[in-house]
Design a protein around this ligand. Structure first.
Ligand SMILES: *Cc1c(COP(=O)(O)O)cnc(C)c1O
Length: 388
């Protein structure tokens, strides 16, 4: 008789024993980060940016945890993400940053979502849809103050108040976005603050939003009415040249599949890009680029060299990667860890244990944002907290 799968083996849910990597997500730390960002925002409302599956942490888990902490407004990038957020936050205000695609009005209305309008064309379509519905539907308007990516230009923004379409819907929010808020002395910050203020002055009474995570910490305090942190909620450092004021939210562990000794003059991994100069002990870990761990963290060079490449914490010690990150595996030089402290089946830390998402990003030649948003679907996801 065939055995029925136990609950731990249900397809779709990845159990700890069956997974290559364990992803720990601390929803209490997420809620605590939201409260601390709210307290840093000088009385402004704190929203939460939960695009890209809440920066890889899971919309279905992160949004309810944030809502229980008191968050009432959420920003996503896509309409599909907004529908998922609505499902778990029935009373929240939800904005879709990437704007309005033609014909999607009925979906916005069905799920009570608000588009962020970024052109006169989008404004015209939302106004037309509102007229057809016989309601002043709510939306945000995005003014581009320097990114040159999304939104009305500043001169266009200055003409908004004369636009007849504006009478047909409710502009619930006027927003813009910083180019380099993490560089606190970049003069562009002040220029953007002033350009945004000039547009706001022409539209009195409309709530405004400018600051992302790093924007909250600028000395100019551009908090306006509502702040829009993303990265810092998930433990990223919003003040890269100072200590991180946020609590870590994400931890990643990989399991040791094999340990082996590599003799001098042997190479490790695809294309033989890492050379052992002396006898080395190598641990092979069951996480690779197919899990979203970047291949750009590969260690190409010789043993003992200081390479800008990935590291793993093994028995509390940082151990450098050796060779190319492969699809499902990464090889780590554990020669410096006493032999009895490292064995097959042990877990090593790839994020956590003082190895921050910012540091993992830097070592892969990218930013922590990309590390978080690529967190893979093959991990066993282990959530803690979030009950409020
Ligand atoms: C992603 C995003 C945010 C959040 O930025 P963080 O740097 O992650 O805090 C805020 N506003 C807009 C428009 C965004 O696209």
């Amino acid at each position: 008789m065939t055995k029925l799968p136990s609950q731990n083996e249900t397809p779709g849910r990845i159990s700890e024993e069956a997974a290559g990597g364990l992803l720990h997500i601390d929803l209490d730390a997420l809620a605590s980060n939201w409260r601390s960002l709210r307290d840093s925002a000088g009385g402004a409302e704190a929203a939460a940016v939960v695009k890209a599956d809440a920066y890889g942490t899971g919309i279905e888990q992160a949004v309810p945890a944030l809502a229980r902490a008191g968050c009432r407004t959420f920003f996503v990038a896509h309409l599909s993400e907004a529908i998922r957020a609505r499902d778990v936050a029935p009373n929240a205000t939800i904005y879709v940053l990437n704007g309005l695609f033609s014909g999607t009005g009925p979906t916005y209305a069905q799920f009570d979502l608000r588009p962020v309008l970024g052109s006169f064309e989008e404004i015209g379509e939302w106004a037309g849809f509102s007229r057809a519905q016989g309601k002043r539907l709510k939306a945000a308007i995005h003014v581009d103050t320097g990114m040159n990516r999304l939104g009305l230009t500043v001169p266009e923004g200055m003409t908004l108040r004369n636009l007849p379409d504006l009478q047909d819907f409710e502009t619930a929010l006027l927003m813009s976005h910083f180019v380099s808020a993490e560089e606190h002395d970049n003069p562009l910050n002040q220029q953007q603050i002033e350009a945004f203020q000039a547009v706001r002055d022409t539209l009195p009474g409309i709530p405004a939003s400018l600051a992302n995570s790093s924007g909250i910490f600028l000395k100019e305090k551009p908090h306006c009415d509502i702040v829009r942190p993303g990265y810092a909620l998930y433990g990223g450092n919003p003040t890269p040249d100072r200590d991180n004021p946020m609590r870590p939210v994400v931890g990643l562990e990989g399991r040791i599949v094999q340990l082996r000794v590599v003799e001098p003059d042997q190479t490790v991994g695809y294309n033989g890009r890492w050379l052992a100069l002396t006898r080395r002990r190598i641990a092979t870990i069951s996480v690779g680029y197919a899990d979203g761990y970047p291949r750009s963290a590969s260690a190409r060079g010789k043993s003992g060299e200081e390479l800008l490449a990935g590291v793993a914490m093994v028995a509390g010690r940082p151990c450098p990667f050796a060779g190319n990150v492969s699809m499902d595996l990464v090889t780590v030089d554990v020669t410096d860890v006493p032999e009895r402290q490292v064995k097959r089946g042990d877990t090593v830390t790839l994020i956590g244990d003082n190895l921050t998402v910012d540091e993992v990003g830097r070592r892969a030649g990218t930013i922590g944002y990309e590390i978080l948003t690529n967190l893979g679907r093959r991990y066993a996801r282990i959530y803690r907290g979030g009950e409020g």
